[in-house]
Design a protein around this ligand. Structure first.
Ligand SMILES: [Zn+2]
Length: 460
């Protein structure tokens, strides 16, 4: 299909060397077009302007819409903050409705750190360069390619396929998936879904996200006795209290909680049996972490509730001893951790200081997990096995994504992707939000091939 991408004059369309790659070529060109729209989301309501990438998707999907088999809706939560919902209906109401959840926005760049134009969408030596290439425009492009293929196929599918190409994932989804789920709940009513965060290689395994940690922000408030700073005698500065609490937080940390996903991670990633045994034991795991090299930070994060002091406040004027100080904590929880659990954990960490500290709740959300025993996960396993000859390992993400909104609705939702060998978890983490973000054509092709098998099995 020529002429849908809006490529500048003189742009050469990429063609795969070997046969059977028209879809790959379309996905690559769509990815490049989405990168060039530069829907940068810096957290301000007026940023993102995802409507531009929605227009690109509309042009791409137009031939399928023309057949009457693909229904599309553009939904705008605020001026320019658009999401596109595209749907191919199935013949069997009892068959699954599979959602493909992709976001259109990208995080800002530091242009100084880039060796190429971050919004050029250049294809160089088999790699597409640009902000969002990995997170997650390559998947959004693959999702759109597959739904277009399904809509253009001669037979109607058994089940339903829904593309949710949404705004605002990078700033928490208030203008995207949250708004859609709240204001247009029918758009997100699918029976299962796949989204980003998957496909990284762990040992000989391919990692697929099935769970995400939660967030339980807390503000610790400490009080002192104010006074004029020129006569500190008899005053009790809240600044000192802040210091005492910080020191305690640096010395006492939540203990590891090693669940089923931790065991799967160790089995998949660690070949050395002695090291694996130490990692499976809550007593020895922390001493073994340094041996994990670049993946130690991830391993630390997913094996416990973490607690990071971020914003400190005390005093407003330099000559007044402050009466109140606060410490904001970023706390990341595990599936099953309740708000009460977090408060009890904090009290335990604070120990003798707890009585002097008031705990206030900041914004948060619970950790979410989908069972790896659902039929969709089995379909992902089969597709990855067929395309890459590799087993799948279910993993927990330390951060959050839009998928949790679907999980909160009771919809099994998994990360997806099938990256080429060489894409370790560490390399993936560096690619996401880093300088010189880029993805290789091979990874796009592998992901597309696996995605087509999954769609065929679940709804085809
Ligand atoms: Zn993302």
């Amino acid at each position: 299909m020529e002429g849908w991408t809006g490529c500048g004059p003189g742009e050469r369309r990429w063609r795969p060397v070997s046969g059977g790659g028209a879809l790959e070529s379309d996905a690559i060109e769509l990815l490049r077009a989405l990168i060039r729209e530069a829907c940068v989301n810096d957290g301000r309501p007026e940023s993102g302007q995802e409507i531009r990438s929605v227009r690109v998707l509309q042009r791409f999907l137009a031939p399928a819409v023309a057949t009457g088999r693909l229904e599309t809706q553009v939904l705008e939560s605020a001026p320019g903050r658009a999401s596109l919902v595209a749907r191919v209906r199935g013949t069997d109401p009892d068959a699954p409705s599979l959602g493909l959840l992709g976001h259109l926005d990208v995080v800002p760049v530091d242009p100084e750190g880039w060796t190429r134009n971050p919004f050029g969408g250049e294809l160089v030596d088999g790699e597409v360069w640009g902000r969002g290439a990995v997170d997650m425009l390559y998947l959004t492009a693959a999702f759109a390619t597959v739904i277009r293929e399904l809509a253009l196929a001669p037979e109607r599918p058994r089940g339903e396929l829904v593309l949710l190409a949404v705004a605002d994932e990078e700033a928490g989804g208030e203008y995207g998936i949250h708004w859609l789920a709240r204001e247009h709940p029918e758009t997100v009513r699918v029976s299962e879904a796949i989204s980003e965060s998957g496909g990284m290689r762990m040992g000989r395994h391919v990692a697929i996200e099935v769970a995400e940690k939660g967030s339980a922000g807390r503000r610790l408030v400490v009080r002192g006795k104010p006074g004029h700073a020129s006569i500190p005698y008899g005053a009790a500065s809240a600044s000192y209290r802040v210091g005492e609490v910080l020191q305690r937080l640096g010395e006492v940390a939540p203990v590891p909680q090693l669940g089923e996903l931790w065991g799967a991670f160790v089995d998949a990633r660690i070949d050395d049996p002695v090291l694996a045994q130490r990692l499976r034991d809550p007593v020895s795991v922390d001493a073994a972490l340094p041996q994990l090299g670049g993946i130690a930070g991830y391993a630390h994060a997913v094996s416990r509730v973490t607690l990071s002091p971020t914003v400190l406040r005390a005093g407003a004027t330099h000559n007044v001893i402050p009466a109140v100080g606060t410490i904001d904590l970023d706390i990341r929880t595990l599936p099953g951790t309740s708000d009460d659990d977090v408060d009890q954990l904090l009290a335990a960490v604070l120990g003798p200081l707890a009585a002097q500290v008031e705990i206030q709740h900041l914004r948060g959300w619970a950790a979410t997990a989908s069972s790896p025993r659902e039929p969709l996960f089995a379909a992902i396993e089969r597709a990855v096995g067929e395309v890459a000859g590799a087993p799948v390992v279910p993993i927990m993400a330390a951060g959050g994504s839009d998928a949790r909104v679907l999980r909160e609705l009771g919809i099994p939702a998994y990360g997806f992707g099938l990256l080429a060998p060489g894409w370790s978890y560490e390399r993936y983490r560096e690619g996401v939000h880093g300088n010189d973000e880029r993805i290789d054509v091979e990874s796009v092709a592998l992901s597309l091939a696996a995605l087509r098998l999954i769609v065929r099995e679940r709804v085809g």
